[in-house]
Every structure is written in C-alpha cells, then in structure tokens.
Design a protein around this ligand. Structure first.
Ligand code: ACM
Ligand code: ZN
Length: 790
C-alpha cells in the first residue's frame, strides 16, 4: 500500500447459503447464559442446564484417527492452561459413561469440509464433523461457550468452567477467510507471526497472507541467492522519521534495520499454521515493489542502478524489474521454486500492483520484447510477465494470485485476483471466470484509521471504522449465482508503514478482524451490527484474557462542538461509535471516573475549559479518555489584520477564520487552516477597548510530510494605541521538530492580566526543511488556527 485510493461505495447483496438456517437471535431459555460466539454460527439451539468441566472430565476420540489428535491436543492444551484441570486424553473405547468431550467423525451432507455440529448436554459434549478442520472449529466454538478467561495462558482463579447445554450446527459461507500481515515495512519476529496465527485460529480464519518482499526489505531466505538476505533484508535506520520523508541510505552508511526468516523458521511457522488448519499464502512481489531485490541485483532493473533498500516510502515506484531481460526470469524461477517447495498451499501471490511503467517505456530491452511479441503497450508487457510467471508456478504445482492490476493488459488463464482497489476489479474477474478474493481498501484495509485521528496512533490515512468493516459484502448482488461462485472469500490487510511493533499490529487488526471473520464465515442473513456489538463485549474479554492489544476505538468519545454567537456559548455534543455504555466527563481536564457527571445530551459552556470524557461500562472505563480544550474567547467583536495575505489555496485572505471559534482538524486538508510559506507572520488583534488579558492561545499545525512545521517561537506584544508595542512574552516551540506525527500544537502565552487593546503575535518562520528531511532545502509552511483570547 503506497497511497490512499478513493473509497468505493459497496452495494450489499450476494449469494445465499444453500443450507436452511434458523433465525438469529434464537430464543434463550431463562436459565441459560448468553451465548456470544464470533463469528456467529449458522444455527444455535439452546437447551437447558449446563455441562461442567471438572477433575473427572476426559477428552475422547478414536485414536485410530491420528489426524483428529491435532484438534484434541490443541483443545486439551488450551483448557489445561487456564483451568488447571487434568483433562486426560482417552480412546473412545475406554470412555466413561458421562463427563467427557468426544471428538467424532460423522457423515452429514449438509456440512461442508469445514462445517461441524456441537451438542452440549449435561453429561457430555459431542464435537462432530465430516473432516478434521470441522472438528477444529467445533473445538473453537466449545472454547467460546466457556467463560472468556478460558483464553488465558495461565491458571485462572476460582472460575466455574461450565458451558450451557446447546446444539450448534455451523458451516462457513466462504472458503477463503484471510488476513494479511506486511512483515517488510516493519519486520515482525517469528514468535509474533505464530501468535498472530493463533489469533486467526480462534476466529475460524483459515488463510494467512504473508507479505514477505517489498521495496523496503526481503524477508525470506533463498538458498540460491544469499545476497537477498545479506543485502536486501536490511535498510538504513530512519525509524524516528516520518515514513514519507525519509532520506535514502547514504554512501558508506550501514544498513541496520530489518531481518528475515530462515527456511527453518518458515517451515516451523507453516507447521504451526497447519496444526490450526491455516494455509499460508506467501507473497513475492513483482515486477514492482522490488527495490530490495535491485539493491542486491541492480542488473535486474531497466537502468542498471545503483540502488539501496528503500528506507521509507517511495512514490511512484519507477525502478522495477526489467520486463525484457531473460535473466530476470531465470532469477525469479529459481526464487519461486524454493518458495513453492517450502509452502504446501495451492496459491502463491506475486503482487503485481503499482508497477509504474516509466522505465519500461525508456528501456531498449523492454521495448524490444514488446516489438518481438507484438504487444500493444507496457500494460501488455506486464500481462506477458504475469503469464510467464504463471507458467512457472503451474510447473511447480501452484496457482497464481495477484493484486487486481494483473488484470490490466489481459489476465492469464487460471489466475486468481485479489481485488484491493475497490470491488469492481474483482467483479470483472469473477464475470470472466477467475477466482477472486475481495480485499478492498474501503472496508478491508486495516492500516487505515479506525477512529478519530486525533485519538489514534498515526496511520497511513483513510477511515475504516469497525461498523464499516462489518458492513462489507464480498459477493455483490450484481453477480449471477455462477459468477458469485468465483468469489472465494474475503481478506483484511495490514500494511505496516506506520506499525512498528507487534502490539500495534494487534491494535490495528482487532477488533476489526472479528468483523472480517464474521463476514467470511457467517450466513449473510445472520449478520447484524447490534448482535455483533453484543457479542463483541464478550469478545473483548477474550482478547483481554489472551493479552491481545485490541483497540477500544469504538468506545472512544467523539466531541462535536459549535459556537453559538448570539448566546456567546459553545455547544458540546458527545458520542461514541458503539453507542454502548454511558459517557462520563469532567470540565477541568481531570480523568473522568464512574462518579463523574453523566452525559445526557448536548450542553453549553460559557467559559474556556478542558473537557475529558470516556465511556463507562459496569462502572469501569471501557475505552480511552478523550481530552479536548474547548474555548470561549472572552472578548467579543475582536478584529484581526495580517502582515501578509495567507498563501494556502483555500485560506480566507482576511484572516477571519483564525478567530471564527472553529478549530481546524489534524487530518486531511482542513480549510480552517491559515497558512504562509517561508516567512515570519504577524497577526494583529484589536480587542475594541482596553481589556485585561489572562492568556492568548494559538494553535499551529505540524506535518513534516506536508512540509508544515510549527514556528520556533511566538512573540506576544501588547499596545494601547496600536503603534507602540511592548513585548510581554515569547513562547518557544515545545518539542523537537523531528516528531513525525501530524499534530496540532497549542502555544499558550500567559499574559497574567495585562491590560491591552491591541495584541501583536509574531510567529517566526521555521526556515528551510531540516537536514533530516527528504527535501532538506525546500521552503516550509506555517499553518495557524485558532487564536483564543482569555
Ligand atoms: C496494495 O495495497 N498496493 C495492494
Ligand atoms: Zn527493461
């Protein structure tokens, strides 16, 4: 992912499950606890009473079925960790009359390969399926019928380990239920990859797309080409600088950031995933996103280089693998042979996205190939490239899948498409008989923000809140039944340009991946946002028990405010994405508690204050605290004049927006900002009459990627006549300018009651962009909003 793509509106509809289904929610007998399973099963029929796990409980299966043992051991290990119960594994022949969990094969035409039946009675729990994955998913459902603490990896104190009597018949809607992790933009150790695979398993997700190569690194050992891990796996460390303004590796500089997986590591992860019925789809990017290859093998480019492994974002990606050089294909064949030998799954992903054709247009070899093959253009050269790779993969017994750009210039037969630039590409591919995985940016890109950017860790941009992720429909209504059969399923993608740590990767994926899991698994008619929110309350407890760092963004309080000039009051409204729980707040900036005032509806404030608000459930904070300075400028009818007219395109030349009681937002290009390029700025306020002033606050924007920097200083002077000014104070910039986050910085000038009619504010220019910036000599901007006089 290199850029934000226009969001698409996706129509809902699609294929219906062939199975008859019961309506959800199913009536629950009064004595049964709520059954909160994610993803929602096909049918849930509660019974009465419960099955209690105890010291006598055994886990049974026919030991002649060696494959079943995988699920049996998986369940026993998990249950023993949290319950501390012995739970011996026994052969079905020696099973007691009651108090057992029994894994058993059945023959049931209505269940597909991954479907199962679970029946819990007071005496025993029966887990039944046609196939092993079904038994594994039955075990997953059993875990979710128990208290959420069952997901902890240490013995839990004094919990009653019982589950409600119930009959569940369940089968997935789609065969491909995936999640992608980009381990290139930031490297994630093998241990985290395995942990992430565990997280997928509890969601009944069955596909892990491992993005292993890109411009910023190569992460898989290839025995034939040690240069790929000696050189291509490492880049110069610019981790403290915003992704999009990083300078390239300097001559003589060591490349110290990176890492790779040995083939033994890869085999270990593959085995781990296979034990959880998860197929890994490795991605080896070509012909673009290949700068890391070119750093080791510049001869595979059109120009010959030299190149270094990219330290951060590059756009457009012009240096790509040459499409007219046969040695490139020899190299790729050798690489793909090793990759295909390692990974047992049917698919190999070859990327194919974002290949800028600038160099192919100039390259004699590429142009010769176009002529020889009678191709119309460079698009068709990429199509030929993909066809050659498809031929190799076929020879290795693999199917090719690629991003939807591989359709441009003609899609080779047998290939599958991963539709990311919306769903249109996927629809077109399905219509022409190609298999499709839907993963559009609009609903499935979990590198996008999931909440108010002011409250979220910095991300690439975009906005995919949980409700939107949940609303995705992978099989558009416009497809016929036959075409819709080509929709293999759905996948969520996490690109990690802005995600440095495992805990942050979990934060971006969860809870949104729970939504994707339900889209992929549950029958369309059973999807319900309110029901999902109910079940999510329990799912959050499971996340906590497992130590998954899930985002609470849906609980975060959003502040929407406006200024009522006739009443001279600010009107404040609070809400959260989930709408669940209660919002409590303070107006002195202190952390709200369960005893703080309850928000009942929009309220007015007549004095500047600091609002702090949070959602509470069961008497406890259920999400982060939102803190917001809310201003009511004390002086009415302030006039403003500027030393020079603003230069940003949308600014109002009068400077009125600086004192219009509306604060500019951090994200996007807000027209509230008033901006100047490369100069000091003087803003003069006329308060109308001499007035005591406590403080003046001016907000400045900082966004290194946009060459916007907060000023090194803000000088504040006052005057009674507008001619003779006395400097009262000078506010220095608070923290180093290297801070990569786009932020608003409030400069607070304390005037301590000085009486003045005129206030002169001079913001000094940050000058040229700093040396660490990718464009170090470029002019910079100052963006201001809002000026508050208290
Ligand atoms: C992509 O996000 N470039 C597939
Ligand atoms: Zn070329």
């Amino acid at each position: 992912m290199a850029r934000i793509v226009t969001l698409l509106i996706v129509c809902c509809g699609g294929i219906m499950s062939a199975l008859s289904t019961s309506p959800i929610p199913t009536p629950v007998p009064a004595d049964s606890p709520a059954i909160h399973i994610v993803p929602q099963p096909l049918s849930v029929t509660p019974g009465s009473g419960s099955f209690a796990l105890g010291r006598g409980t055994v886990i049974a299966y026919h030991t002649s079925n060696a494959e079943v043992r995988k699920s049996v051991v998986y369940l026993a290990d998990l249950l023993r960790q949290s319950t501390g119960l012995p739970l011996p594994i026994v052969d079905a022949a020696t099973m007691p009359k009651r108090d057992y969990i029994f894994f058993n094969y059945i023959r049931d035409e209505s269940l597909n390969r991954e479907g199962y039946r679970l029946e819990a009675t007071k005496d025993a729990v029966f887990l039944e399926a046609n196939n092993d994955p079904g038994l594994f998913y039955a075990a997953q459902t059993l875990l979710q019928l128990l208290p959420p603490e069952v997901f902890a990896d240490t013995k839990q104190p004094a919990t009653a380990w019982s589950l409600p009597c119930v009959t569940i018949v369940d089968t997935p809607r789609f065969a491909w239920r995936g999640a992608m992790l980009d381990v290139v933009r930031h490297f994630f150790p093998k241990e985290f990859v395995k942990r992430f695979i565990d997280h997928l398993a509890i969601h009944k997700l069955n596909t892990f797309h491992w993005h292993l190569t890109d411009d910023q690194g190569w992460r898989i050992e290839i025995k034939k080409y040690p240069q790929l891990t000696q050189t291509s796996a490492w880049r110069a460390d610019r981790e403290d600088v915003h992704w999009n303004v990083r300078t390239p590796q300097a001559p003589g500089e060591l490349a110290t950031y990176g890492g790779f997986y040995t083939q033994d590591d890869i085999r270990e992860v593959i085995r781990y995933a296979a034990d959880r019925y998860i197929t890994i789809v490795p991605e080896i990017e070509m012909p673009s996103h290949a700068t890391a290859i070119l750093a080791a093998f510049p001869e595979f480019s059109c120009t010959g280089g030299p190149f270094t492994v990219a330290t951060g974002g590059i756009w457009p990606i012009k240096d790509i693998l040459c499409g007219g050089n046969d040695s490139v294909f020899v190299f790729l064949e050798n690489v793909l042979r090793e990759v295909a030998d390692l990974f047992p799954g049917p698919f190999l992903h070859i990327g194919g996205d974002e290949a800028d054709k600038t160099e192919w247009k100039r390259c004699p070899k590429c142009q010769a190939r176009i002529r020889e093959e009678g191709l119309a253009n460079e698009m068709e050269l990429q199509s030929l490239f993909t066809r050659r790779i498809e031929g190799m993969l076929s020879g290795f017994g693999k199917r090719l899948i690629g991003w939807d750009e591989i359709m441009e210039g003609g899609l080779p037969a047998r290939t599958a498409v991963m539709s990311w630039r919306g769903v249109a590409g996927g629809q077109e591919a399905a219509r022409s008989g190609h298999d499709v995985v839907m993963a559009p940016t609009s609903h499935c890109y979990f590198d996008y923000y999931q909440g108010d950017p002011a409250l979220e860790p910095i991300s690439i941009g975009g906005f995919v809140p949980l409700e939107k992720a949940y609303a995705f429909e992978p099989a558009p209504d416009s497809l016929t039944m036959d075409e819709a059969k080509h929709i293999l399923g759905v996948q969520a993608n996490l690109w990690t340009e802005y995600v440095h740590q495992p805990a942050h990767a979990e934060y971006m994926h969860f809870p949104r991946l729970s939504a994707t899991a339900e889209i992929g698994w549950s029958a369309k008619q059973h999807r319900s946002w309110p029901s999902f929110l109910d079940r999510l309350e329990t799912q959050f407890k499971r996340y906590d028990a497992r130590g998954i760092n899930a985002a609470r963004s849906i609980m975060a309080v959003a502040v929407s405010d406006s200024f009522d000039t006739s009443a001279w009051k600010r009107i404040v409204a609070l809400s959260s994405q989930s709408g669940r729980g209660e919002i409590r707040y303070t107006l002195d900036g202190s952390t709200p508690s369960a005893g703080s005032p309850l928000y009942r509806g929009p309220f007015a404030i007549s004095k500047s204050c600091v609002l702090a608000a949070a959602t509470f459930m069961d008497g406890k904070a259920a999400g982060p605290t939102t803190t917001r300075r809310l201003s009511v400028t004390a002086v009415q009818n302030v006039k403003i004049s500027l030393s020079s007219p603003p230069e940003n395109t949308k600014a109002d030349s009068s400077g009125r927006r600086l004192i219009d009681h509306r604060r500019a937002a951090v994200a996007g290009v807000d027209t509230q900002w008033t901006g100047w390029k490369n100069s000091d700025v003087m803003m003069l306020l006329d308060l109308g009459r001499t007035t005591p002033v406590q403080r003046v606050i001016v907000g400045f924007y900082q966004s290194p990627a946009g060459l916007v920097f907060s000023p090194p200083s803000l000088e504040v002077s006052t005057s009674d006549d507008g001619t003779t000014f006395t400097q009262v104070t000078r506010v220095q910039e608070a923290s180093p300018v290297k801070d990569p986050r786009p932020t608003v910085r409030d400069y607070v000038a304390e005037l301590n009651g000085v009486s003045a009619r005129f206030i002169r504010l001079v913001a000094t220019s940050p000058g040229a962009a700093p040396a660490w910036h990718r464009s170090p000599s470029d002019p910079t901007w100052i963006y201001a909003d809002e000026i508050i006089v208290e």
